[in-house]
Each structure stands twice: as C-alpha cells, then as structure tokens.
Design a protein around this ligand. Sequence first.
Ligand code: F6R
Length: 613
Amino acid sequence: MCGIVGAITRTNCVPFLIDGLKRLEYRGYDSAGLAIANMEDHQIQRARSVGRVSELELHAAYLDARLGIAHTRWATHGIPSERNAHPHMSEGKGFAVTVVHNGIIENHDEVRRRLMVDGYVFHSDTDTEVIAHLVHQKMVAGADLLAATQAAAAELHGAFAIALISSNAPNTLVAGRKGAPLLVGVGDAELFIASDASALISQTKKIIYLEEGDILCATDKNLRIFDARGNLAQRPVVTSQLSADAVDLGPYQHYMQKEIFEQSGAIAATLEMVSNAQSINPELFGADASPILNQVSQILILACGTSFHAASVARYWLESIAGVPTVVEIASEYRYRESVCLPNTLVITISQSGETADTLAALHHALAMGVEHTLSICNVPESALIRASRLKFLTRAGPEIGVASTKAFTTQLAALFTLTLVMAKIRGRLSGPQEGMLLAQLRHLPAAVAKVLEIEPEIKKWAPLFANKEHALFLGRGVHYPIALEGALKLKEISYIHAEAYAAGELKHGPLALVDSNMPVIAVAPNDTLIEKLKSNLQEVSARGGELFIFADRDTKLTASPGVHVLKLLDHAGHLSPILHVLPLQLLSYHVALVKGTDVDKPRNLAKSVTVE
Ligand code: F6R
C-alpha cells in the first residue's frame, strides 16, 4: 500500500528518492511521484506518472535538489491517474506547499467544503489534497510549515503518515504519523524518512521509529521531533538488523519463489530459542508471560487473509493439544461487531506487517472492551501491533517482499505451535515424554520443509494443466481445511483463477454441483485419521468427471489413475503436517502464475501492507 520516502541530502536527493520508491514497490501501488525543493531559488518542482517507478525515473531525470519527498500511490479515493498521484500541491499568495500521504483522511469531505468556501480549488479526487490546502491556509494565516502541519494534523481524522515541503521553508522537511508507519533514517549530515526500513537500507542502518502522533521538523542542520501534545520528544536511534541481502532477489526469478525457498531457514530462525531449549517455557512470549498465560481460560485470535488462515490452523492445535477453547475471527468483522468478551480471554493478533489497519483496529476494539491479556505474533519489530500488545512473539522470517504471503505464514504457524505447547504444558496436558516428542517434531521441521520443497519439478509439470482453467476447487479436512483455504487464496491472488476451498465433508452440501471436467479439484490428503473420509469425498468428485490433483503423504494409500493425479510429500512432521502441506500449494500457484504470465510479486489490485480499511 502507499509508500513514502523523503530526504535532506548533501548532494542530489533524487537518486535516493527513486531507489527508495523502488524498494517500496512490493507494498503495491499504481502511480508514483516526487517533489523537490530547491534550497537556492526556493522553487518546488514535481514529477508524477501512472505505472511503475521506472516510468517516474524517466520523468524525474532532469531534477536536482537536496530536499525532496516521494510517493507510491495505491488508489483509494480517485482512479489511478497522474492528477491523483502524489505529491499534491497547494499554491497561492506567492508560495506552494506539497504533500505525500499514506492512509485515509476520514473527514476529507467536510474539510474540503470549508477550504472551498475559502477559495481553494481542488485538482484531484483524493482525500490527500485537503492536507496541502489546509497547511497552506494556515501558513497564509502566519504559521510556519511545522506549526501549520501540527494544527492541520489535529483537525484531520483517520490514520495517516504525511511528509511535506514548502517553497516558503525551502530547507525544511516536516513529516508525521498517526496510525500509519513512518521511520527516520539518520545519515552522516543527511536525513531520510520512509514507510519502512527496506527503503533506507542503502543509506543507513540508524533508524528512529516515530511514535503515534509524532511530527518531525528537519533541516540540513538539525532534527526536532514533537510528540502528539506538541512537546519536544527524544526518540532512541536503533540499529536496523535488516541486511541488503535480505531484500535482494539473488539468483531467484521472483521474490515469491525466493521466499518459498527461504522457509526452511526462516522457520529455523523463528524457532531458534525453542530448538535450543530442553523444555518449552512461557517466557518465549515475553518476560511476564507466565502469570498472564496461567490465567487464560479461552483464546480469541484476530487476523486477516493469510494470517487468518494461520489462526484457523492454530484453533485445531490449541483445542486438541492444549485443551483451550479457541475462537478465530476475521479482524475486519470483529472490529465492528458487538461481541461478548469473557474474562481471562487471551486476544491474539497475527500479522506479517504489524500495520494492517483492520487487525490493529480489532486489537484496539478488544482493548476498549476491557481485554487485558493481549499477544501479537508478528514479523516486524517496532510495528504498531507489537507496540500495542502486552505479550509478543516475533517471527523471524526476514522481509517478505512478494505480495503473496508464504514464509510469513509458515513462521506464524511455527510460533502458534510453540504457543500451543506452552499452553498445553501450563494446563498439565503435556507429559515429559510428550513434550520431548513434540519438541523433536519442531526441531525436525526445517529439514522436513527443505525435503518437501524438492517436489517443485513435479509441480511444474502440473502447472500447464491449470493455465486455461477459470475455476478451481480446493478440499481439505480437519487441521488441513485452513490449508486448503490458503491454497485457494494463493492461486486466486497471483494467477487470477477463481478458486474456492471447502471442508471436504461440505462438498455434497452444495459445491459438488460445480464439479465437471472443467473444474480441477485440488485435495490436501495427509495420511491422518480423516484420510478414509476424505477418500470417500474424492470418489464423489471422480464419479462426476472432476479431475483430481492430490497432495498426499509418502504413505497415503492413493494411486494415480486417469483423471487422478497424485504427488506424495517426501517427509512427515506429525502435528506440524499443515506446514508441510501448504508448501506444494504455494509452489503450484507460483508455477501456474508463471505459465499464465501474471505479475507474480505484484498481483493486480493488491497491496502488501494493507494500512487502510
Ligand atoms: C495473502 C496475503 C494477505 C495478508 C493480509 C494480512 O497472500 O498476504 O492476505 O495475509 O493482508 O496481512 P498481515 O499479515 O500483514 O496483517
């Protein structure tokens, strides 16, 4: 979703702005733009274009200045077009203000009406343009850029991050955040801002994470940060752990492919503390986790998309292994629903980015309802979600650039299984030998993942069989039903084939009507207690002429026949089988997308970090 970069540099800042935007491309966008302020002649120049950042790079090639802001836009208010692309500008009374913005201004209609009464003319359909005019209006009334931005921010409702420059303050960059991320990179007599650390990595590892409501004012001489109440604030400079390698493509064709094959290492890194321990302990979730988890009598998990699927797998584990009543809910539903919250509920939020607006709002909704015990499982340290939760578990997947989530999902599952073991132990449901056996399964997981990924050449052969299909059905049962859901989500988001997933037992209650020779049916078929039931469901498909693609275990007794394709996974992982069974589904959607020639890493209409509702 929208990305912001900005800089005050010693030489031309435009190459950094372009490089920073390119590094934020993964977030998803449909247009891009930048504005620079020339410190010598006080002029602001702007370049904007629809499409890729490389297009903007051509438009901006002639620009040269030491102060600038830039943006990738993912359209919310107004179609993707040059006039809706950021930066937006307000000009008049001899000066200009220009702004880039991430998030949504909820009261933009009302603010726009007031500004129009004051003579401001709007040139775009965006909510962002009100910020430029509002700040301009306040500067006309005598405020400087900082004071005008602080006053404007106080009038704006919604969640946003903004950065502004003005020809009336040609040495000054003002930026702030309220509900959307913004980081500062501290260089050698240089300063950078960006929506996430990956955009800063080529310049500096010294990062300041702005707090909610912070507004910064930077010149080439100094940096001041003001908190939400306008008081001067001190924010620590931390060293980012992100390495340039982590965000480079290396030998891979796409980030999604790279991230699929990074899963073994990502899971090993996530489980490092667990694997090295002789026994499982609650402190893995925070220093004060033990007394909190001991009080927990039920769990509510809130998440969106792929993270919701991880939550859905965890529900099976938490109830069957730990015996904790567990409810899973889509965050965007929960946040607006009148629900009943029982005492001693642990509310878990799961998010790769930690900035997903719906998940954050769901957590705040739970807190407002009086929930005391909160835990976030997240891949981004210092994210809004991590900061808002009492307990936390950081997955160590490294940056996930491909829009379709892969390694974030499997590391979330590794974290959730760890939590299951902790809860089982607290509730006296784990004997010493069982604990040892389950820990051994966890330790074996990275090797099992690597082994299962060896299936790729076989899956490549299946991919062309899907290329001219318009629909696909995914089936699973029990803890593998959410894996079928995840497989369908992966296929639809990157290959644009309409895919649905059903608990296989539901087939005869409706979806069976869809099955004919044009409907490929993909089945997740581990050799578990439900396999015989699943086999009956698969017979129902075959009997109606449906073509079956089955992912079985090494020892599942299923053989290929005309219309029935079977691939067997090369390793087992006991309770962790869902983590192995999602891997071939990720590979299948990747290879089908390759055959179809879609934009694998940046599928149409989607954004990586969904910071708006
Ligand atoms: C799908 C995908 C999305 C995200 C969802 C939540 O591949 O990536 O469905 O899982 O937008 O994002 P996070 O986990 O960042 O909260």
